[in-house]
Design a protein around this ligand. Structure first.
Ligand SMILES: O=C(O)c1ccccc1NCC(=O)[C@H](O)[C@H](O)COP(=O)(O)O
Length: 273
């Protein structure tokens, strides 16, 4: 089994241990979700300026532990002050050390829109995301049949959640288009080999219809990387490790956005010109 198969297999097992929502609970979730406005709609309509979705990922199969749960408030504050447009929270438990408590905590402590990143394989996870107030949810094409993708997109729409349909290759793209995805995340990380190549986005981009909003995911490490995609017409980016491993995540985010460093007051006084 490759790593993606292992993650999905564990996910199936863990979902078997969860008590599903009953009919009344589902009705209540649908009724509440219907009347909420979704900030992701405006965010995905933004053109030309870089829209950075900064990720909270406590660990990963490729990196092991990344940050401790105690550090999350610090990253939230840094991301917000530096002008992140939205947040991504990885909630998978075993390999990414996330959970829904983390998701809930982030949602309660931010004004930014939140994307939930997990390995969605059944309806319960989608209702649960709506229950927690998630505005966008990752749907990974590689782990789903075409009919499931269609069904999940439809359910997300019914629950006022933006389904971000994630692809990595031509086959995934064809499935996403057939499922009528309007929001596509191109993951530069191959989820079976864990190799990362920015060339993935470059090669798939020309094949994606213009009306689809694209998010470039994974492996972005510099302003140059980001600019290269801006020049190709992409302005939505999902960035995790570069920020999480940086000693000054806020400063790193500002640099990615192309915001010039503020000169300190001391420097200004010493160099008034
Ligand atoms: O991050 C991993 O190792 C990983 C392994 C298997 C499936 C998914 C994985 N990561 C999810 C993501 O794609 C990233 O968290 C996200 O796109 C941000 O990427 P990065 O900026 O490279 O942290």
């Amino acid at each position: 089994m490759n790593i993606l198969e292992q993650i999905v297999s564990e996910k199936k097992q863990s979902l078997k241990r969860v008590q599903p929502y009953n009919f009344r609970e589902i009705e209540a979730i649908i009724a509440t979700a219907r009347y909420q406005s979704n900030p992701w709609v405006n965010l995905f309509n933004l053109k030309n300026e870089p829209v950075i979705i900064a990720e909270i990922k406590l660990g990963s199969p490729s990196r092991g532990s990344i940050i401790s749960p105690e550090a999350v408030p610090y990253y939230l504050s840094e991301y917000q002050k530096a002008g992140a447009s939205a947040l991504s929270v990885v909630t998978e438990e075993k390999y990414f050390k996330g959970n829904t408590t983390l998701l809930k905590m982030v949602i309660q402590n931010t004004h930014l829109p939140v994307l939930r990143k997990d390995f969605v394989i059944n309806d319960f996870q989608i209702y649960q995301s709506a229950y927690f107030g998630v505005g966008a949810l990752l749907i990974i094409v590689k782990i789903l049949s075409l009919s499931k993708i269609r069904k999940f997109i439809h359910l997300c729409e019914q629950l006022n959640i933006i389904p971000l349909v994630e692809i990595h290759d031509q086959q995934d793209l064809e499935k996403a288009i057939e499922a009528r995805a309007n929001f596509i995340g191109i993951n530069n990380r191959n989820l079976t080999s864990l190799e990362v190549s920015l060339h993935t986005t470059e090669s798939l981009l020309p094949k994606i219809p213009d009306q689809i909003t694209i998010v470039c995911e994974s492996g972005i490490r510099s302003r140059e990387d980001l600019q290269q995609f801006m020049d190709l017409g992409i302005n939505h980016f999902l960035i995790g490790e570069y920020l999480l491993f940086h000693s000054q995540p806020g400063e790193a985010l500002r640099e990615l956005k192309g915001v010039k460093k503020h000169a300190s007051s001391k420097n200004l006084r010493n160099n008034p010109s």
